[in-house]
Design a protein around this ligand. Sequence first.
Ligand SMILES: CC(C)(COP(=O)(O)OP(=O)(O)OC[C@H]1O[C@@H](n2cnc3c(N)ncnc32)[C@H](O)[C@@H]1OP(=O)(O)O)[C@@H](O)C(=O)NCCC(=O)NCCS
Length: 227
Amino acid sequence: MPVAGRASVSGGVPARAYVAMAAVYEHMFDLQRGPNLPGMLERLAVMARSAIAPLVRQAEVADAAAIATSHVRSWQAGYANVISSEFLRSLGMGLPLRTLHWQTLILGAEAQGEFMLVGEVDGEVAGWLSGGAYRDAGSDESPLGEVYACYVDPTHWRQGVGSALMADALERLTRAGYPQAVLWVLADNLRARAFYEHLGWLADGARKMYEVGGERHPEVRYRRRLS
Ligand SMILES: CC(C)(COP(=O)(O)OP(=O)(O)OC[C@H]1O[C@@H](n2cnc3c(N)ncnc32)[C@H](O)[C@@H]1OP(=O)(O)O)[C@@H](O)C(=O)NCCC(=O)NCCS
């Protein structure tokens, strides 16, 4: 029986984890069918995945501090060996100011036709994504959607948070009527490029330079058909 919900029972263990375990025990002790180890393991894997399945929702102003923190942590881990370590270390300072910045962005997103999403795992913000209309669009180009940024806290990498955020974003861009979407990624950010390619994005040959921390880094553009 599929059970949704994010309630926690004692000790902070999510209720759905108990539901998952109950289903596995039920399967283990199904005497009529006899023991079925491969089936049990498969069921356990499915239940474990669903127990940590992220919830995607629109960001609220109250999420600003969590977004600011995970943004910095994600930069520091994700861009180590890509962007200067001195610059990455300096990002940890000024979190209150960054929080204010995110509050402003969250408040203004809808009015700008943009969206800002968070992915939650067990009630905590594990990552975020923003998107909207393509910001570099020339007047001769047909309208394009864009994923502006997608950042997951390193403690939640490879748990499907980025994929869940991206699926929601692509649905929004499709509903908004964009036939295609693009995104920019640092050419040396191989982790993110593998992630995007896994989700069907392809480099379209466009490049530009991105200035950060006094350095210039090449960026490549990825594109994906919508609908
Ligand atoms: C890139 C990023 C958003 C991916 O988020 P995530 O939640 O870890 O991604 P998912 O768990 O949904 O991964 C989906 C698939 O992408 C691919 N992928 C993700 N991380 C990968 C990695 N480090 N190496 C190779 N493939 C990877 C895999 O195919 C993965 O599926 P699998 O785990 O079943 O093998 C995350 O690593 C991140 O925040 N990085 C730092 C910030 C950043 O670079 N953002 C992009 C800026 S343009």
